[in-house]
Design a protein around this ligand. Structure first.
Ligand code: NAD
Length: 250
């Protein structure tokens, strides 16, 4: 397999950290990007301990100047990026009548503006290389989820963004796909449990009971799907949304 430079956003923890580790294990040099360089240290250390190559990059994906600066450093230190996983995300859940405008904007800013800014910067390198793989993290919430009007809209938006980039960039050897995780055990879902006031373990058991394969997902389940989409052999798979949720979703 060709060793490439990969960027994983929101890779300090959770799904992003697992994806970064997996791509490094597959021989890619990985830019571990999160809000601050310090936050990325644990993932970078884990990759290096595993014999891989990684670089910590502190940047807010919604900040255009920070994204441009990050790409300069990544290109200089790891080489031109041709794999991108837009994974950074936040939740600001509330029922519509209680949702603050700031919480709507914050979610749009990270998921949609973030994926846009980072993808636009990445495509310049990918078109030049005649090869690229972009994977955008959507969610089962794109299908609608109580208390998540902002997040569901952003994650549905990610799917339209994915399909459009697939159409525009296909001729340059670039594929663009989206993954919609179901319930995955991370700090994000732990925060949801806390907000609702249910102990996390109890919530995991409840969720597992409703999932056909009988368990909640782990970050590695998503990393495995990312690994497929970024592989060279997946060059004919583009513009797709793959729900990784332990069963079918409507
Ligand atoms: P997480 O909260 O554990 O990790 C998200 C990471 O993104 C954090 O490290 C955070 O610092 C980083 N981040 C947030 N805003 C950022 C910004 N502006 N710039 C750079 N980094 C930023 O969440 P997770 O559960 O690992 O989720 C990862 C992705 O998967 C998110 O896009 C999330 O919406 C999506 N997702 C998660 C689940 C789930 O069940 N956990 C389900 C569906 C989709």
């Amino acid at each position: 397999m060709t060793s490439r430079t990969a960027i994983v956003t929101g890779a300090a923890r959770g799904i992003g950290a697992s994806v970064a580790l997996r791509l490094a294990r597959e021989g890619h040099a990985v830019a571990v990007l999160d809000l601050t360089e310090e936050m990325c240290a644990a993932t970078v250390d884990a990759i290096r301990a595993d014999g891989g190559r990684a670089l910590a990059i502190g940047a807010d994906v919604g900040d255009e100047a920070a994204v441009a600066a990050a790409f300069d450093v990544i290109e200089q230190q790891l080489g031109a990026p041709t794999i991108l996983v837009n994974n950074a995300g936040i939740i600001r859940d509330n029922l519509l009548f209680k949702m603050a405008t700031a919480d709507w904007d914050a979610v749009m800013n990270v998921h949609l503006r973030g994926a846009f800014l980072v993808s636009r910067a990445a495509q310049a390198h990918m078109t030049r290389a005649g090869f690229g793989r972009i994977v955008n993290m959507s969610s089962s919430s794109a299908l609608g989820n109580r208390g998540q009007a902002n997040y569901a809209a952003a994650k549905a938006g990610i799917q339209g963004f994915t399909k459009t980039l697939a159409i525009e960039l296909g001729r340059f050897g670039i594929t663009v796909n989206s993954i919609g995780p179901g319930w995955i055990q991370t700090e994000m879902t732990a925060a949801t449990a806390e907000r609702i006031g249910v102990p996390f373990e109890e919530m995991l058991t409840q969720w597992a009971g409703q999932i056909p394969v009988g368990r909640v997902g782990q970050p590695e389940d998503i990393a495995h799907a990312v690994s497929f989409f970024v592989s060279e052999q997946a060059g004919f798979v583009s513009g797709q949304v793959l729900y990784v949720a332990g069963g079918p979703l409507d």
